[in-house]
Design a protein around this ligand. Structure first.
Ligand code: AMP
Length: 257
């Protein structure tokens, strides 16, 4: 039930005639999306994709975004653009990213808050690579609760480690739109192009050395989020590199319905 205003009869004393006169007063509600019961009548869809580096978060987040008509927010893509543009933020983030470490929470929260304040996030968003620490997860809960929203679905992609290394070696990323492609052999950087026309390049952190550092950090700092969200997490296990991506996205869509 949406409440736009409250009406009530108040007794107002009229001094001239020394008698009580009922008077109708209408008080407008300050916010039209929050009902009288304290619930949000137009809740955002906030979907989190958890999973190790190379587990496919980006690929599935993009498909969920297309299916549900809400934007994908990848903090990694935002950071890579800042690095490419040589901004202050990019300069601060670069060394953490290249070494396989996590960018400090303070910088991440800054870019996250800015991104979700944009118009296209009004109905929700799919989070890919955020939150990555317990502190980020708690701050996300606080931000959402400010307008009576909450995380609506959490999907955890549990992918066999050998597949993560295989995918890292095969992955090329579009310089312009960040879409990723799996290209193992016969890759010719002169001719292979993204659907958007952008050049496909190897990410600086797609090396076995950096990946093992990233996996170490994932185990220490990000994996605890699975316990944090507890039974709200839908687990999707991928044990073979040959499992078709279409099959996985169908399972995800079934779970987040
Ligand atoms: P991704 O594209 O999600 O794999 O992120 C690439 C890199 O950006 C990560 O290895 C981190 O260095 C950094 N990064 C992206 N998202 C976050 C985050 N939520 N918290 C901390 N660092 C992040």
């Amino acid at each position: 039930m949406k409440i736009n205003s409250i009406s009530a009869n108040f007794s107002v004393k009229s001094y001239g005639q020394n008698k009580l006169t009922p008077k109708k007063v209408t008080v407008p509600m300050p916010c039209d999306s929050v009902s009288f019961t304290g619930k949000n009548d137009n809740p955002k869809k906030v979907i989190i994709l958890l999973g190790a580096p190379n587990s496919g978060k980006g690929t599935y987040a993009r498909q969920i975004s297309e299916n549900l008509g809400i934007p994908q927010i990848s903090t990694g893509n935002i950071l890579r653009k800042e690095v490419k543009d040589g901004t202050d933020l990019g300069l601060q983030a670069k060394s953490y990213m290249e070494s396989g470490g996590l960018v400090p929470d303070e910088l991440i929260m800054q870019i996250f808050k800015k991104r979700i304040s944009e118009k296209d996030c009004a109905n929700g968003f799919v989070l890919d690579g955020f939150p990555r620490t317990l502190n980020q997860a708690r701050q996300l809960d606080n931000i959402l609760s400010e307008d009576k929203n909450t995380v609506t679905q959490i999907v955890n992609l549990d992918v066999e480690k050998s597949i993560l290394y295989y995918r890292s070696a095969a992955r090329y990323t579009c310089e312009d739109c960040s879409r990723t492609y799996s290209i193992k052999e016969n890759y010719n950087p002169e001719t292979a192009k993204c659907d958007c026309g952008g050049r496909l390049v190897k990410r600086a952190d797609d090396t076995p050395e950096v990946l093992s550092k990233r996996l170490e950090n994932y185990d220490k700092q990000t994996k605890p989020l699975i316990d944090y969200y507890g039974d709200r997490v839908s687990n999707i296990t991928v044990q073979s590199k040959d499992t078709p991506a279409g099959e996985i996205i169908d399972t995800i869509m079934d779970k987040i319905g």
